[in-house]
Write a protein that binds this ligand. Structure first.
Ligand SMILES: Cc1cc2nc3c(=O)[nH]c(=O)nc-3n(C[C@H](O)[C@H](O)[C@H](O)COP(=O)(O)OP(=O)(O)OC[C@H]3O[C@@H](n4cnc5c(N)ncnc54)[C@H](O)[C@@H]3O)c2cc1C
Length: 421
């Protein structure tokens, strides 16, 4: 295809999944786009670093294969998705208790039915909730909105299963353990876990944005290019250069969008943060199941662990294991590593003291606060003023799905302004 970057019809600020999805949709409609990205790569919050043969995602993250927009936008086969075990091992009172998905691992689920995490009623309620939500394709905008904790209580789940399972499991997804996140987002994510698999691309999460970027015409993305301000019909870069186009899409994270719209002094919106520590070992006694381990005791600091090389062997060099430990909040102090080792020695034994620390990622602006209150009018949501549009996870559900969906919605809002062919 011809390079399109020099005379764009649409400038997109930000090469996260929302900006890339917007560009892809416009490119499919033969509209020339130019993405301006301030960092050195595409993907935004979905990036993977390579270090000594290890693949380190910038924070533990997964793709839920049931995400409808991801199914639409991505080629799963080419991503070589590697699934996790459908269930979790919850650490409580000196050992792991397995909570398995009853439809995918019925025998393990039957064994777990009598484990001390939750009651038989809880397991029954979990199945009922799954049935109730099985048709959900988007975040439900019409259901009553309460907090996730209130919804679980109203459903009749016991305090035991809320504290031991829902709090660490959904805490790791929402990046807050109070479960104050909207019940609507919970319902959507619960449905996605029930309907599909939890997976990572064989070569790391970066494969997802790379795949979308590869579908764009050559020259569509300019990296290391920070936008300083947005005017009607143009943007001005941090180096003073001005680029014109009839349409501009702000596809940045929420706080960068607020600054571009309201000026650099704008008060930032509150964000959720997370810290991810990577370790390696060649200890052959470590478990080999590709499962997520959860803290069912609530005494921290670690919320969840995954031995990623059990899920995708390509995440570590041969003979090595790659372990990710997630701590909710931005707590990248030196003391943290010791506290994490101490905590994980209770889970995996004294060998943890010999694990080699590879890197710690502290992600201060990992998630915007979840707001699920918009009306569902996507064009209104995407259009700021004539010629100026926005997209990003802060406008949809905070997820890979939400980012991809909002990017497509912004593209559709622009395409609607063109006369029919
Ligand atoms: C640690 C972590 C774990 C997560 N886990 C999951 C998970 O398991 N499953 C899931 O579905 N979702 C998960 N998410 C959420 C998901 O990654 C995000 O919702 C999604 O990637 C957001 O994409 P976006 O395009 O809206 O924003 P971003 O990815 O933030 O993209 C915005 C882009 O804009 C660029 N930019 C900003 N300002 C400017 C400027 N002035 N000029 C030019 N460029 C600019 C940024 O550099 C960035 O590349 C996780 C997120 C994090 C951080």
């Amino acid at each position: 295809m011809e390079p399109t970057g020099s005379h764009p019809q649409v400038i997109i600020i930000g090469a996260g999944l929302a900006g890339l999805a917007c560009a892809r949709e416009l490119s499919l409609a033969k509209v020339p786009v130019l993405i301006l990205e301030s960092s050195d790569g595409v993907g935004g919050r979905v990036r993977t670093d390579e270090l000594e043969g290890f693949r380190l995602d910038r924070g533990f993250q997964v793709l839920l294969t049931a995400y409808p927009e991801a199914q639409r936008a991505l080629n799963y086969d080419a991503l070589e998705l590697q699934p996790f075990y459908s269930g979790s091992d919850v650490y409580r009172h000196g050992s792991f208790q397995r909570l398995a998905d009853p439809l995918r691992h019925p025998i393990a689920a039957l064994r777990g039915a009598f484990c001390p995490i939750g009651t038989l009623y809880d397991k029954w309620f979990a199945l009922l909730l799954r049935l109730e939500l099985r048709r959900l394709q988007t975040v439900p905008r019409q259901t009553m909105e309460v907090t996730t904790e209130e919804l679980l209580e109203a459903y009749g789940f016991s305090e035991n299963i809320i504290d031991r399972f829902f709090r660490p499991f959904f805490g790791g997804i929402f990046l807050e353990k109070e479960l104050r996140t909207s019940s609507r987002l919970f319902q959507f994510i619960y449905a996605m876990f029930s309907k599909g698999q939890t997976a990572i691309p064989r070569l790391g999460m970066q494969a997802i944005p790379n795949q979308v970027a590869a579908s764009l015409p050559a020259g569509s993305v300019r990296l290391n290019t920070s936008v300083a301000s947005v005017e009607s019909g143009s943007v001005t870069l941090a180096n003073g250069e001005k680029i014109e186009a009839p349409h501009v899409v702000i596809a940045t994270d929420e706080n960068a969008a607020l600054k571009l719209l309201n000026g650099p002094e704008t008060k930032p919106a509150s964000q959720r943060s997370v810290t991810c520590l990577y370790f390696t070992t060649n200890d052959p006694t470590l478990p080999t199941t590709p499962i997520v381990y959860l803290d069912g005791e609530g005494c921290g600091p670690v919320n969840n662990v995954a031995i990623l090389s059990n899920v995708s062997a390509a995440y570590a060099p041969a003979g090595q294991r790659l372990i990710s430990a997630t701590v909710i909040g931005a707590c990248g102090s030196e003391a943290l590593e010791g506290a994490v080792r101490e905590h994980l020695a209770r889970w995996f034994g004294e060998g943890v003291s010999q694990w080699r620390h590879l890197r710690t990622y502290t992600i201060a602006n990992a998630h915007p606060e979840s707001r699920q209150s918009h009306t569902g009018n996507y064009v209104q949501n995407a259009r700021i003023s004539p010629g100026l549009y926005r997209c990003g996870d802060h406008l949809e559900d905070v997820s890979i799905n939400g980012a991809l969906l909002s990017g497509r919605r912004a593209a559709e809002a622009i395409l609607a302004t063109y006369p029919p062919p």
